[in-house]
Design a protein around this ligand. Sequence first.
Ligand SMILES: [Zn+2]
Length: 223
Amino acid sequence: MNAYRELKQAVIDACLTLQAMGYIIGTYGNASARVPEGLIVTPSRVDYATITPDDMMVVSLDGQVLDGHRIPSSETSVHRLIYNARPDVGAVLHTHSLYASAASCLHETIPVIVEEQSQVIGAEIACSEYVPAGQHLALGQVVAKALGGSNGVLLANHGSVACGRDVADALFAAQVLERVAQMYLLTRAAGSPVPIPDEHVRSERDRWLYKYGTMADGTVAQS
Ligand SMILES: [Zn+2]
């Protein structure tokens, strides 16, 4: 089973990076990437240190196992329902990172409070309603709904999901999400966060996607 070997390895590498950063402990957490027939997703209860591309599972967007000899992640519904709802998403990462998990216990929406959030997450970070992790389909439904058009969402009393156009994009979103959650908790402890106005969130997201790092960004004085 050699299909998508590089992409499978990229997903595994993202999990190892998340584990090294402390975002994933044990086998709590899972990751996926979109492929034409559905998604490739990490297997259930296999130690990330030992996973190889052969352990990765291929699942259709309606939940059928298409390839692989393991059991897909128990939270595969979270991934596939996001891909169903968001054609722009190419990779999804779910972690139980410390600050995002702590923020998820407040059942609050994190407003857009810093520029990297407007650029990379692109919106508020809502919190889904609480669903026990064992209720897989219901969890996927509330998470996809709460995510909306954002690239980050909190799972109440559980963790978070970050997504992006590809694995690298989603990995960066996961890091920004965790940092925003930390900043939100710090700000909440000190006072009341003042959000960035909507029009600036939209313009920063647009700048990040289409202008940042190019001459169109106006970093060089035009005469
Ligand atoms: Zn989880």
